[in-house]
Design a protein around this ligand. Structure first.
Ligand code: HEC
Length: 169
């Protein structure tokens, strides 16, 4: 009888522990921890928004360029996207310094990766390789979501859905 009660107790505690674990690793909570908003000074925030709009336009122009094998155009857009990288573009020395301090390390890593992918897209277009061009177009799209889900979920609340960010990290 005593043994039986002990057994029930341990089963109960296992259920309790299991429910704690499930709660801790629920995708929603995980995402909430992983998501933050950049606090940039106004001038830098405006530059970032302008840069994003330019990148967005570049991505849209890539669709017809890729579909028509316009290698020169693809390479040109890849170069533009690479060159519009905010930390390499139009910033005063002081703004560069501020940005360096304000941006989290992980943001810089994501941005750098994005920058490299744009370079790879240009390179693939110069080699006139359609599969590679499509691959890097896909990788660039993936990189937008990776950074937005982490640093721009206030602007793109779709990433706050518990399941949408699961495959991005
Ligand atoms: C390394 C991070 C990062 C990458 C990579 C990135 N973005 Fe962004 N993006 C941001 C942040 C942060 C914001 C919100 C900041 C803001 O606009 O105020 C943003 C905002 C935007 C906006 C909204 C601009 C507006 O008018 O409000 C667009 C559009 C956008 N991004 C497009 C893209 C596209 C398309 C890609 C990929 C080809 C991309 N971004 C890649 C960080 C990134």
């Amino acid at each position: 009888m005593k043994k039986h009660r002990l057994h029930i107790l341990s089963v109960l505690s296992i259920i309790f522990l299991a429910s704690c674990t499930v709660k801790q690793t629920s995708p929603h909570q995980k995402h909430a921890i992983n998501s933050e908003v950049l606090s940039l000074p106004k001038d830098l925030s405006l530059l970032l928004t302008l840069e994003m709009q330019a990148i967005n336009q570049g991505m849209m122009n890539l669709v017809p360029a890729i579909a028509s094998a316009d290698w020169q155009k693809i390479a040109e857009i890849g170069d533009q996207i690479k060159g519009s990288y905010i930390m390499h573009n139009r910033l005063t020395k002081q703004q560069q310094k501020t940005l360096h301090h304000v941006l989290p390390m992980e943001f810089k890593v994501l941005d750098q990766k994005f920058h490299q992918l744009a370079g790879m897209l240009t390179h693939s277009a110069e080699m006139q390789k359609p599969e590679l061009v499509n691959f890097y177009f896909y990788k660039l799209n993936e990189a937008c979501g990776q950074c937005h889900s982490r640093y721009a979920s206030n602007k793109f609340p779709g990433f706050l859905s518990p399941y949408s960010s699961e495959h991005l990290h």
